[in-house]
Design a binder for this molecule. Structure first.
Ligand SMILES: [Zn+2]
Length: 628
């Protein structure tokens, strides 16, 4: 357990019992040392020009040299940590592999650790607490940490790692355990009165546990929280970067009161336990207002609850930063800036369609236009744009909202999602009558979206004239940089990448799994897009009911880069893995060019026909109320 400092001098150890503590701290902090820039220069990390550049910035706008070099991407977090270790002559701690001890985490406590951004690593044999810092600490910080821990040793580590490890170590869920114990001590009767009375008390264990789950979900950047009653436990999972991972397991008995608590928060009927219900509520976590959409469904072991978290303060991603190649952005802008027509965004739930639509909206909105949105729910509030939330419970659907909006002289209309024939029909009509419509649709790819429209009963000639472009998109998982390793790829994978891009990565890499990426090998996401432009030839093919395969081939011949190509390009650039491409983008038939869908020979209805029952029964109703 005890790991001696490799090269540590006594000077990074501080002891409360030392009579000369104050002087030791002062002299350590103010000691004459080699300059950071000099160390980085000598180690060949930066060159003289880069250093001069950074020093100039420092001169004019202040700040630490390390921060400036990081900002300018001349050094990595790890190179900076290594240089600081050299400068201060204190050992380097690699938090990607080091496992912090609970004893140390408890000894320092969340407040102090976060205040000084130090990650407690271990308690050494003599009770000395080893703390990892990412930047030089000041006198006051060292004094406070020494007073609290009695004996400390300072180590240096990468700042990003420290921030992430702090979130993990002081996870809100780790602190849920005491409330779970408290809950187990209280004998809960099954009757509702008891359950409700618990809710009144904000300190009740159940309230605390629910709060902890929500707080941790938000901090972990989860898009959804799943609370699943099973036979022996209630499993809580978070969806982060598109994949579910276990967050905590709770005693089975906590299931019913948790669901009651959440139902009360969202004004649902707490007695109803069998019929599915959905609702919403808002919470504030770390000063951020979060909208929560809740869906409750009765399962054999109790009610399964899914919470979708919408962070209203998240920043909008500009169109140019979404990950579309510049040439695609250019053509895309031409389409969306036209005075009329329709642009559809397609992909499965969680593929970032809303992000793309919002980024587009900021590009097309200006003071000369009346821009109106109809959304379910409104995920981000724009200044100067009229946003209308739909509310199916009181009977305001996308179709109703759209009809209302059309009477208000709109220029650009964003319809959150086209999920029924009526909305599809009104949107098509709007696009044909001098409005620009932006919307999203559940479909595998851009070409499939055209077929979805036809399946909904819109006549091909109307589709051909109304739709000006379709974006197909996916979010790929980014390979974790902290644990990247090289590996020998499967021959099939090599072939796929070579076929799609004509190129191969210089080195095949993947994430091994580390503390930083919770063992998944992935951290963060990156988008891939394909833009189908409805050109004269494509339009002609739609009118003549061509197969998906034919339309796709035409689009490719006219320059469309497919999602599969784009995703494989990311593999070449080392940003993601073939496994993730196969999981996310690859659909059988894409490679072989087989038609993915039936073509347009289903019975179709025309726009002007009287209301006919929609010919499609497979509308994604399961997403209603939770997804955009
Ligand atoms: Zn990793």
């Amino acid at each position: 357990m005890l790991k001696r400092a490799r090269r540590g001098t006594k000077s990074s150890d501080f002891n409360i019992t030392s009579e000369t503590l104050e002087t030791e701290i002062e002299s350590w902090v103010h000691e004459e040392r080699r300059r950071l820039g000099e160390i980085l220069l000598d180690d060949g990390i930066i060159d003289a020009d880069q250093l001069l550049d950074a020093l100039e910035v420092q001169q004019s706008s202040g700040g630490r040299l390390g921060d400036i070099l990081l900002e300018q991407r001349h050094v990595t977090e790890y190179q900076l940590a290594a240089a600081l270790s050299e400068q201060f002559q204190i050992p380097l701690a690699d938090l990607r592999v080091e496992q912090p001890e609970q004893e140390a985490i408890d000894a320092v406590g969340e407040e102090l650790a976060r205040k000084h951004n130090v990650m407690p690593l271990r308690v050494e044999g003599d009770g000395r607490v080893a703390l990892v810092t990412g930047e030089p600490l000041g006198v006051a910080a060292i004094r406070e940490l020494t007073e609290h821990c009695k004996k400390i040793r300072l180590l240096v580590g990468a700042r990003d790692d420290i921030a992430r490890m702090l979130d993990q170590a002081y996870s809100a869920l780790a602190m849920a355990h005491e409330h779970i114990q408290a809950f187990e001590l209280v004998d809960i009767a099954e009757d509702e009165a008891q359950v409700i009375s618990l809710e009144v008390d904000e300190n009740a264990p159940i309230v605390q546990v629910v709060n902890r789950i929500l707080i941790q979900g938000v901090r972990a950047r989860a898009s959804d929280i799943h609370i699943e009653p099973h036979e022996k436990e209630v499993r809580v999972r978070f969806r982060i970067d598109g994949a579910l991972s276990d967050a905590i397991a709770l005693p089975v008995r906590m299931g019913p009161p948790i669901s009651s608590r959440l139902k009360v928060m969202s004004d649902l009927n707490i007695v109803e336990r069998r019929r599915p219900q959905d609702g919403q509520f808002s919470v504030v976590v770390d000063k951020r207002p979060i909208d929560v959409r809740i869906s409750v469904v009765g399962t054999i072991h109790g009610e399964k609850i899914v919470l979708r978290l919408l962070d209203k303060t998240r920043s909008l991603i500009p169109l140019h930063d979404l990950g579309m190649p510049d040439s695609v952005v250019e053509r895309y802008l031409e389409i969306v800036k036209a005075p009329l027509g329709m642009l559809l965004c397609t992909g499965p739930t969680g593929s970032g369609k809303t992000t793309t639509l919002y980024a587009t909206l900021t590009q097309v909105a200006d003071d000369t236009k009346n821009v109106v949105t109809i959304e379910d729910p409104v995920e981000y509030q724009f200044e100067g744009i009229n946003q209308m939330p739909i509310n199916e419970q009181v009977g305001i659907t996308f179709a109703d909202g759209l009809r209302g909006i059309l009477r208000q002289d709109p220029d650009v209309i964003l319809v959150g999602e086209i999920r029924d024939v009526e909305t599809a029909r009104i949107a098509t009509q709007a696009a044909l009558t001098g409005h620009f419509v932006l919307s999203s649709l559940h479909a595998v790819d851009s070409v499939a979206a055209l077929h979805r429209f036809a399946d909904m009963g819109i006549e091909p000639f109307l589709i051909a004239s109304a739709i000006s472009g379709v974006v197909g998109q996916r979010l790929m998982r980014r390979t974790c940089n902290a644990c990247r390793e090289t590996y020998e790829p499967h021959p099939d994978h090599v072939r796929l990448v070579k076929d799609q891009t004509g190129d191969l990565p210089a080195e095949w890499t993947r994430g091994r799994g580390c503390n930083i990426c919770s063992g998944t090998g992935f951290a963060g996401r990156v988008g891939v897009y394909e833009l189908l432009e409805v050109t004269d030839r494509v339009r002609d093919q739609i009118v003549h009911r061509a197969t998906a395969k034919d339309i796709r081939e035409t689009a490719i011949a006219e320059g469309m880069r497919t999602m599969l190509q784009e995703a494989c390009q990311l593999v070449v650039e080392g940003l993601t893995t073939v496994e993730d491409v196969l999981r996310n983008v690859y659909a059988p038939g894409m490679e072989s060019g087989e038609p993915m869908d039936d073509h347009f020979d289903e019975p179709t209805i025309t726009l002007t026909s009287t209301p006919t029952p929609p010919p499609f029964q497979g509308a994604p109703t399961q997403h209603q109320g939770i997804s955009l």
